[in-house]
Design a protein around this ligand. Structure first.
Ligand code: AMP
Ligand code: GLY
Length: 426
């Protein structure tokens, strides 16, 4: 079987890598892919944009592609699934109506309220004055969110009323693009965040192992927010008891409410949870796709062939397919370009990737590409995800850092404390 993966990040490299371990998958085509998918055996890149639906469908139909797996949220929110399905292609990823659960925070909040899913108290506004007077009445800290997709930048956790007011102005002035029509103002929650990615066929929904990522650029979880500097799995804070509550109070309610709206949601439903110090939880957000970098630590632990699970979702028979896991733990450390998440340079030659890879270390590429001499060079802020596995976190994290020692490029930056919480607990 030939599978087409849409996207170009570490997540898509991990998806392609894992799919190629499924016995039925002969070949993967990544659109557009990166330096890692270009060098992966039985994988090739196709230089099309992720929202070039016509180009993707023409290629897939002409080249015997049996399944399309969509990585990022942008093409899902633009309706890639609806378009490709109408051409007769099999697609993993929700239809456009379902992708609203990530693409519109106001829509997602209304769905959570309707479904009775625990979430932060919130109100939605269409103009600045009303939003500001609500902020005055609630006080700070308070969270201000632009409504639409803003590449992770549309959330401002305001520590003062003034900061919240300027965030409201920035959103209505269009600084987050089309995400500027509504603003969601939300109660500020405190605790630890955990990512629960679940697979669903529209009827059955089953969680994957819970993961945690490190969002801040600096050690000790300080400094600016990023797309994620590292992650680990399975997150011990999400106990079996907590996961059982997430299943009934979040996942099943979400899928039943989507179904009641006539939305046949098949793909990944990712719940970002805040776990309070008392052990309660609330949903911060839903995403309509695999997480990045969570996928890079979840998939190495998955024992069931990924293709079997994806096909079971698409063909609505997930209830019959068990999800099994390898024991142990996985951790990934992001090697970033110096300066990220601010300005950074691209095009630096990367060496040592082959030397880093062992049975316990896999290097998933994020912002890389091949240059004209077929060398792997940096091509983004987050460059590589060096993933280690082991019997416990200590081993998994040590493997990732051992792998990193071999890898070099000018300006390489990575956090040295990924997994500090689980290591001190272990
Ligand atoms: P979202 O895209 O809604 O998950 O927001 C991105 C990030 O903003 C989350 O991962 C949290 O770190 C933070 N955040 C969002 N909502 C809240 C909230 N109600 N309280 C505290 N932090 C939040
Ligand atoms: N790791 C956060 C995300 O994928 O949205």
């Amino acid at each position: 079987m030939k599978v087409l993966v849409v996207g170009n990040g570490g997540r898509e490299h991990a998806l392609a890598w894992k799919l190629l371990q499924s016995p039925q998958v002969e070949q993967v085509v990544c659109v557009p892919g990166n330096g890692g998918t270009a060098n992966l055996a039985d994988c090739q890149n196709l230089p099309l944009a992720v929202d070039d639906f016509v180009g993707i469908s023409q290629y897939a139909l002409a080249n015997n592609i049996s399944l399309v797996v969509v990585g990022p949220e942008v093409p899902l929110a633009k309706g890639i699934t609806d378009y490709l399905q109408a051409q007769g292609l099999m697609v993993f990823g929700p239809v456009r109506a379902g992708a609203q659960i990530e693409a519109s925070k106001a829509w997602a909040k209304a769905l959570m309220q309707e479904a009775g899913i625990p979430t932060a108290k919130a109100a939605v506004f269409t103009e600045a004055a009303a939003a500001k007077s609500y902020v005055q009445s609630q006080g700070a800290p308070i969270v201000v969110k632009a409504d639409g997709l803003a590449a992770g930048k549309g959330v401002i956790v305001a520590t003062t009323i003034e900061q919240a007011a300027s965030a409201i102005d920035a959103i209505f002035q269009g600084q987050f693009g089309s995400a500027g029509e509504f603003v969601v103002i939300e109660e500020c929650l405190f605790g630890q965040e955990v990512s629960v990615l679940a697979l669903t066929d529209g009827l059955t929904i089953r969680p994957l192992l819970p993961a945690q990522d490190h969002k801040r650029v600096g050690e000790g979880d300080t400094g600016e927010n990023t797309g994620g500097m590292g992650a680990y799995c399975p997150a011990p804070i999400a106990t079996t008891e907590l996961m059982a509550r997430v299943q009934t109070d979040v996942l099943e309610k979400a899928i039943a409410t989507l179904r009641s709206k006539g939305i046949d949601y098949r793909g990944v439903l990712y719940a970002g949870l805040m776990i309070t110090p008392e052990g309660d939880f609330k949903v911060l957000e839903f995403n309509c796709r695999f997480g990045d970098p969570e996928t890079q630590v979840i998939l190495p632990l998955l024992a069931t062939p990924l293709l079997d699970l994806i096909l079971a979702c698409v063909e609505q028979r997930l209830a019959a397919v068990p999800i099994t896991w390898h024991s142990g733990a996985a951790a990934t450390v992001v090697a970033a370009s110096g300066g990220y998440p601010g300005d950074y340079q691209k095009g630096k030659v990367i060496t040592g990737i082959d030397a880093a890879e062992t049975a316990k270390v896999t290097v998933f590429h994020a912002g890389t590409k091949l240059n004209d001499q077929q060398q792997v060079v940096t091509d983004g802020g987050r460059v590589l995800n060096v993933t280690g596995t082991g019997e416990n976190f200590q081993q998994a994290i040590a493997q990732a850092y051992t792998g990193l020692k071999s890898i070099q490029f000018e300006g390489i930056y990575y956090r040295r404390d990924i997994g500090h919480r689980v290591l001190s607990a272990e």
